[in-house]
Design a binder for this molecule. Sequence first.
Ligand code: HEC
Ligand code: HEC
Ligand code: HEC
Ligand code: HEC
Length: 199
Amino acid sequence: MSLIKKLRDFFSKPSARYSAGGLIAIGAIGALILWGGTSTMMSATSTTEFCISCHEINDNAYAEYQQTIHFQNSSGIKAECADCHIPHDFAGKIIRKIEASREIYGHLTGIIDTPEKYDAHRPAMAAKVWSEMHANDSANCRSCHINLEENVDLQYTWASNNHKRMATENLTCIDCHQGIAHKLPNTSRMSKSIPPVNP
Ligand code: HEC
Ligand code: HEC
Ligand code: HEC
Ligand code: HEC
């Protein structure tokens, strides 16, 4: 039987001829292909190149980040946009990607397409990032900065005194370490409070 005929038969014959197991197997293969496609799409849209295809404009997000320790430091570990901005778990990634359609809409409507517009919109954008990071206990920061709380005694006093506060006050990394990759918004709504010097 030629392959074409086999295929034609396969698609034209009633499904009752195929066992439930066979159909499930086909479904599973289809799901795997979809999954693979999704993963490829996820990686492609998580690269810094992809992000800066929009965020390079106007010398803001990308240019500012390039001046910071997360772009270049002696450890050689570079934090990419996605390391800080995209959840690391698969479900979180999917949700973030769907949510990012708002960014495409914003791009098309030119919401941040001049330096002035960007600065005007920065407080709202930053506030969104802060509240996300506060809500997930700065999960992205913690994927690199591990065991910070366990090791407070190895840190210098100013840092350790402040890091100990995480156990007792409802504080997480982003509540104190804002403006680590970009300029802080220029606004009275800025929520950064300068932590006290050693008591
Ligand atoms: C199609 C262009 C485009 C691409 C690609 C893009 N962004 Fe955006 N991004 C925007 C626009 C426009 C906004 C402002 C959206 C708004 O506030 O409505 C934005 C907002 C943001 C914000 C502010 C907070 C928020 O959720 O609105 C962050 C953080 C951000 N982008 C990070 C990224 C990262 C990381 C990538 C790469 C994974 C990326 N963007 C890719 C256009 C883009
Ligand atoms: C991809 C890994 C990675 C991620 C994600 C990451 N960091 Fe870092 N961070 C580093 C590295 C590497 C350094 C530089 C260490 C060095 O050279 O001493 C650093 C340095 C720092 C410093 C010291 C800054 C200074 O000026 O000395 C702070 C504070 C910090 N990170 C906070 C954060 C916070 C808050 C987040 C989440 C928003 C975060 N980091 C996310 C890897 C990361
Ligand atoms: C209550 C405020 C506060 C919180 C919450 C906080 N930090 Fe800090 N952190 C500080 C202060 C203050 C310093 C010392 C000043 C500095 O180095 O910037 C510091 C220092 C650091 C340093 C530099 C240490 C060094 O040896 O140079 C890193 C890295 C860091 N923090 C990461 C984090 C991470 C990751 C989290 C969340 C798990 C976090 N911090 C939570 C206030 C805080
Ligand atoms: C080390 C973590 C880190 C990295 C790496 C990082 N960001 Fe951010 N980003 C933040 C934080 C934290 C904020 C919230 C505002 C703040 O505190 O500066 C933010 C805010 C933003 C905003 C909102 C505007 C603003 O200035 O607040 C945009 C847009 C953005 N990031 C895009 C990017 C893009 C694009 C890249 C890669 C070129 C990138 N970020 C790399 C941590 C990071």
